[in-house]
Design a protein around this ligand. Structure first.
Ligand code: ADP
Ligand code: MG
Length: 696
């Protein structure tokens, strides 16, 4: 490369830089500032170009000085007619300016910026100053945004226009970021590939890439900003969706581990033995599953349905189909307790038909023997936690994997899908009823069945907040109900009192206090995650049988525990839990035909905590609650960070841009099978970014 570039003509520099050049390729960015930018994850010019404003300030309106009002935001265009460098204690300084326009004078102060006097601020200079008007010997702007006018309107970056506000970091000012981005735009914006086909852009009225980049950073109008943002967010979502659809397609090219036999004796037998009539939604789910399992492509289906809608029974049908074909099932539960429970209900229906069910968790005492049985084909269904997959359990003939309530995805699913060779059918179940387009993104490679109907006779759980003064009444009520055979869960956040989360109710102490106090004489027991498996089993069994009337528990009962006779749920320090978790906990009651209650205890410490409890009291549907949760916390938090790149989108918001997401999904589907256009899309600057994120 040529070293001695002619200094007069800057043009050749454009050839030298690319989007992957380091930020230091930009004038004014040395190693120190490059390090500051690195804090924001900005290493290359492309990163900086795609570092989008978080909002804009509208500083277009210019107010004559005579008309500025105290307390209001104003932009004035004025001449500097006087200035002082004021020294303050502790080596602080202040720049004090006197500004004048045709209608009057006012002052402006810049704290800590004394050094600007005589260097940047000079007498006679004209500029735009934007800030909140205060009063200090007449109207005064304190620490305003400013821009000195050079006569070239184009140069306005910091005021007198729609001004971008960037996510910034310690040591980086908005002024710096604006200046760099402005300098970068003419160099780098033309280098950003146009990845969207012209027809597609025309169809949705999307501006070209170069224009979008210009307008997203320094918009000529709010409409331009919105349109630029829409184009970029659309492209980002399109890239994400196309990627998901391609992954989905390639998964569908793999072949099934073992052929299934549809309508075999076990499926028929299961039908005869069903303890209830399936709901319409359960029927539909079963028929989706059966047709998946009949097809030559392995099943990859997500069953989404609110807590208590009866997903387990649906999954049993898949187990029966696999077993009819002589294949084994791995049934994954998120906790040991739930694994035990599933095993119990599977045994009840499957063992009479001659199938064997085993449990395998991290704590199974005779796990060696069980592993041997599984490997030898002596077990038809093995129920377990993810130990099932981590510890390289070998199956003789694995045909189906059922994954329950594992919306924090990950390990086992990836292990299953990336396993070389023939693939088992995969059925995943989740109680997180997220909006459809979002589900199709988060669980993008799967087919989706929604169970949107509850078994008959369910009543909404009456949910109330209970103030401390009413606690004696509550415990008296629980005691009385216990005498009538009704059962209660009391959930506490902790096992033992701990120093750093003091004030939260610990289950052991609470158990002791209540069973020696207001609940004396009521058969009660404790359940928590630090107990060994036998202890847990014994307690749950006693609760299930009704011998234990009040179960003190930590959140180990959160997922899936099913004791239809329990009708009351007390949640201590309720505001400490997340919304989805609260809904899951509440889902432990309201499973029978009797009216159930959920009592929320404790005073919320934050407004968000209060809001969570209010949402829970108002809404019974998991769908509404999931939406509210997504609004409050965002998808990154709800689904666990760094999942399929969804939490790291640069611009698009999976919730707020739901309609754009739908559109992107449809367009992505249309692009699949058009190699030329897909290839162009792979050139999208967003493509590389998501790759980086996913592999990070
Ligand atoms: P989830 O979808 O939360 O996993 P479960 O599978 O645990 O729900 O089912 C919740 C309860 O509803 C269980 O007690 C189950 O036996 C019962 N149930 C399931 N399907 C039906 C049905 N069609 N009619 C009546 N009760 C049902
Ligand atoms: Mg369940």
């Amino acid at each position: 490369m040529e070293k001695d570039l002619p200094t007069a003509a800057p043009a050749p520099q454009a050839e030298a830089v690319s989007l992957s050049s380091p930020v230091s390729a930009l004038e004014g960015i040395g190693p120190k500032r490059a390090a500051l930018l690195e804090q924001l994850g900005l290493r290359t010019l492309g990163d900086l170009l795609f570092h989008f404003p978080r909002e804009y300030r509208d500083y277009r309106q210019i107010t004559p000085i005579a008309e500025v009002r105290q307390g209001e935001l104003a932009t004035v265009e004025a001449e500097i007619i006087g200035m002082r460098h004021v020294r303050l204690p502790r080596r602080q300084s202040l720049a004090h300016l006197t500004l004048q326009d045709a209608t009057g004078t006012m002052s402006a102060t810049f704290f800590g910026r004394g050094f600007l006097v005589g260097t940047v601020f000079v007498k006679g200079a004209r500029g735009l100053f934007t800030g909140k008007v205060s009063e200090y010997k007449g109207p005064c702007l304190a620490n305003p945004e400013y821009e000195l006018l050079t006569g070239d309107e184009e140069d306005l970056l910091n005021t007198g226009r729609l001004v971008p506000v960037y996510p910034a970091a310690e040591g980086l000012t908005q002024r710096m970021l604006r200046r760099w981005v402005r300098a970068l735009l003419p160099l780098a914006a033309p280098l950003a590939a146009e990845a969207l086909p012209g027809k597609l852009r025309a169809r949705h009225g999307l501006p070209g890439m170069e224009e979008a980049l210009r307008e997203v950073h320094f918009p000529g109008s709010p409409e331009n900003a919105a349109s630029a943002r829409r184009r970029l967010a659309f492209e980002e979502l399109l890239v994400l969706q196309a990627d998901i659809l391609e992954r989905r397609q390639s998964l569908r090219r793999e072949s099934r581990a073992h052929p299934n036999r549809i309508n075999g004796p076990l499926l028929k037998g299961l039908h005869r033995r069903l303890p209830f009539v399936l709901t319409g939604a359960q029927e539909r789910a079963v028929s989706d599953i059966v047709s998946d399992m009949a097809s030559p492509v392995p099943m990859l289906r997500l069953i989404q349905g609110d807590v208590g809608c009866g997903k387990t029974l649906v999954a049993l049908h898949a187990v029966a189909v696999a077993a009819d074909g002589g294949a084994q099932t791995a049934f994954m539960a998120p906790t040991e307790i739930l694994a035990e429970q599933h095993a119990a209900s599977l045994r009840e229906l499957l063992e009479p038909m001659g199938l064997t069910v085993a449990v395998l968790t991290g704590n199974t005492p005779d796990s060696r023997r069980i592993r041997e049985l599984v490997a030898g084909g002596g077990v038809d269904v093995v129920v377990g936690t993810h130990a099932l997959f981590q510890e390289s359990t070998r199956f003789k003939r694995l045909g189906l994997a059922v994954i329950d309530e594992q919306h924090r995805f990950g390990v086992c699913q990836r292990a299953l899908l990336s396993a070389k060779g023939p693939r088992p059918d995969v059925l995943q179940m989740t109680a997180t009823p997220i909006p459809r387009s979002l589900a199709l993104t988060v669980f993008g490679e799967m087919d989706l069945t929604v169970i949107d109907e509850m078994p008959p006779g369910r009543q909404p759980v009456k949910t109330r907040r209970i103030p401390e003064s009413k606690l004696p009444d509550l415990y008296r009520h629980i005691g009385k109900e216990a005498g009538l055979g009704r059962q209660t869960y009391i959930v506490c956040p902790l096992v033992e009192e701990s120093a750093h989360r003091g004030g939260q109710t610990a289950v052991l102490r609470h158990f002791q206090e209540l069973s020696e106090g207001p609940l004396a004489g009521v058969p009660a027991a404790v359940l928590h995650g630090r107990m060994c498996q036998e202890e847990k089993d014994a307690v749950l069994r006693a609760f299930r049988r009704g011998e234990v009337r009040v179960l003190f528990s930590t959140t180990v009962i959160e997922v899936g525990i099913d004791v239809p006779r329990a009708t009351m749920m007390v949640i201590e320090n309720a505001a400490e839990f997340g919304l989805t978790q609260l809904h899951q906990l509440r889902g432990r009651v309201g499973r029978g035909s009797e009216t159930s209650y959920c009592f929320l205890l404790g005073k919320p410490k934050t407004p968000e905590g209060r809001e969570r409890l209010e949402i829970l009291c108002e809404h019974g549907s998991g769908f509404d609650i999931a939406e509210a949760d997504l609004r409050l916390r965002g998808p990154g938090e709800v689904f666990g960070a760094r999942q399929a790149g969804i939490s790291d989108l640069r611009l698009a918001d999976l919730i707020l841009d739901a309609r754009l997401l739908d559109l992107a999904r449809r367009e992505a589907a249309a692009l699949i099978g058009k190699p030329k256009e897909l290839n162009a899309l792979r050139g999208s600057p967003f493509f590389g970014m998501q790759r980086q994120i996913q592999s990070a």
